[in-house]
Ligand binder design. Structure first.
Ligand code: UD1
Ligand code: CA
Length: 451
């Protein structure tokens, strides 16, 4: 069955106490709405529609950056969840498969759960609603079920005492054939406690038309919705503990799991070791048998098999380490290819560069990539040796098997096999140190006597 996603993301999120629209707040380095799109992606939707309202421009742009194919639907006034879904109608013109409605502020719905809903649709239910047994049903909508059939959903505000006692609650996720969904919404009014067009009312409308509605249930943890900063922080905690458990399950060694932070898209290979206090920003892949040592920060980078990073290293976007490359302590790498077996072990900055296979970059080496206006490239050849405290003033190249002397400021290309030396000549003056010490000590003694 062809599927379309409708993700509701128009709400303001007043309780976030923020200038940012709620769905722009991040869990694991990705905005909330992106998590909903990611879980929906397993259904391989033909179209994905994001309904935006508050901060529409910002949300729309962030969405397009993530997925250029996403369709943005505008909800100018937030008149309720039913009204929000109806705004997706033009975007689904000509689409006759199933629509799945997700909330942009509910990041943890598992793909398997959506698959179970799709299966229930295939089994013949016209409307499928995702429910859960709530430990504390609070203000959730209540699912009123009789003989396995969902009769209606009643919002907390509109519920009577008996209905409020029901613990089977509405997650908000709904599946139905798109054309049926929009038809049903046509029959939904706003004569209720909130004065809103409730998506949930489609169940009663469906029944009045002789259609069937059923419930698929999931774990309450999946339906966790974010309305406040406290819930956002809790969601981050849930994400991190799930990600740590998944990494361990996949064969990664985490020495102090609770101190390692993952992003939504971190990929780590089997038999990799991650030491304590490592942070993975977005866009990181670490291959098997690599070791990420303590207190390192990685983002937008790739570490190939057998690489060693850190302790205290920073890999920034575009850092690309080939197999068995070594990046040591207090080293920053940005937009640079570190080829096989190359080493940058101590106190260096390598940016906008290539470091050839087997090259050794001495302590304190800096690529001076920025002239205040533009960035320039540095090319360092295979098996070359860059002496400690070399400054490579880009654009510049050092050929294969070339050397630079310690402290050299490289402002010209160094051909393969050559040695670049650029420093003042040293002079040795025998006995001068002793004389100078005596003079300085005598001066100090005079000062102390005088005071
Ligand atoms: C909704 C459900 C409730 C369910 C709960 C689960 C309705 C009427 N109620 O209530 O049964 O238990 O979610 O969390 O559907 N949104 C828009 N435009 C609008 C209104 C909402 O885009 O006009 C978006 C919000 O940004 C949010 C989502 O829809 O992402 C849910 O809206 P919210 O107001 O939080 O619904 P609840 O009152 O929590
Ligand atoms: Ca809500």
């Amino acid at each position: 069955m062809a599927t379309a996603l409708i993700v509701l993301a128009a709400g303001k999120g007043t309780r976030m106490n923020s200038d940012l629209p709620k769905v722009m707040h991040e869990v694991a380095g990705a905005p909330l709405f992106a998590h909903a799109l990611t879980s929906g992606a397993t259904l391989q939707p033909e179209r994905a529609v994001l309904v935006v309202g508050h901060g529409a421009e910002m949300v729309g742009k962030a969405a397009a950056d993530l997925d250029p194919e996403i369709i943005i639907a505008m909800q100018d006034e937030q008149l309720g969840t039913g009204h929000a879904v109806a705004q997706a109608r033009p975007a689904l013109d000509g689409f006759d498969g199933d629509a799945i409605v997700l909330y942009g502020d509910t990041p943890f719905i598992r793909p398997e759960t959506l698959e179970a809903m799709a299966a229930e649709r295939s089994a013949g239910a016209d409307v499928v609603v995702l429910g859960f047994q709530a430990a504390d049903p609070g203000r959730y909508g209540r699912l009123i079920v009789k003989d396995d059939v969902l009769e209606r959903i009643v919002e907390f505000k509109d519920a009577n005492e008996a209905e409020r006692a029901v613990t089977l609650c509405n997650s908000g996720v709904v599946a139905a054939q798109a054309s049926v969904l929009f038809d049903l919404l046509g029959g939904v009014g706003n004569d209720n406690a909130a004065g809103e067009y409730y998506l949930t009312d489609i169940v009663e409308v469906a029944r009045s038309k002789g259609l069937t509605a059923r419930v698929v249930t999931c774990d309450e943890a999946e339906t966790l919705g974010i309305n406040s900063r406290a819930e956002l922080a809790a969601a981050e905690g849930v994400f991190q503990s799930n990600a740590r458990a998944a990494a361990i399950e996949d064969g990664v060694t985490l020495i102090a799991a609770d101190t390692v932070y993952f992003s939504h898209d971190t990929v780590i290979g089997r038999d990799a070791v991650v030491e304590p206090n490592v942070v993975f920003g977005p866009g990181v892949t670490v291959e098997s048998e690599s070791r990420i040592r303590a207190f390192s920060h990685l983002e937008g980078c790739h570490v190939s098999r057998g690489g060693v990073v850190g302790p205290y290293a920073r890999l920034r976007p575009g850092a690309e380490l080939a197999e068995h490359a070594k990046i040591g302590n207090f080293v920053e790498i940005k937009n640079a290819q570190i080829e096989e077996g190359a080493k940058v072990n101590h106190l260096s900055y390598v940016g906008d560069a290539r470091v050839g296979e087997g090259a050794n970059i001495g302590a304190g080496t800096i690529t001076c990539n920025y002239d205040g206006v533009s960035k320039h490239h540095t090319d360092i050849g295979a098996r070359s040796f860059i002496g400690s405290n070399t400054c490579l003033v880009a654009p510049v190249s050092v050929g294969d098997e070339a050397m630079t002397a310690t402290g050299t400021v490289v402002t010209k290309d160094v051909p393969a096999g050559a040695m670049a030396v650029g420093r003042a000549k040293i002079e040795i003056k025998p006995g001068l140190a002793i004389k100078l010490f005596e003079k300085l000590k005598a001066a100090k003694a005079r000062r102390q006597k005088g005071s």
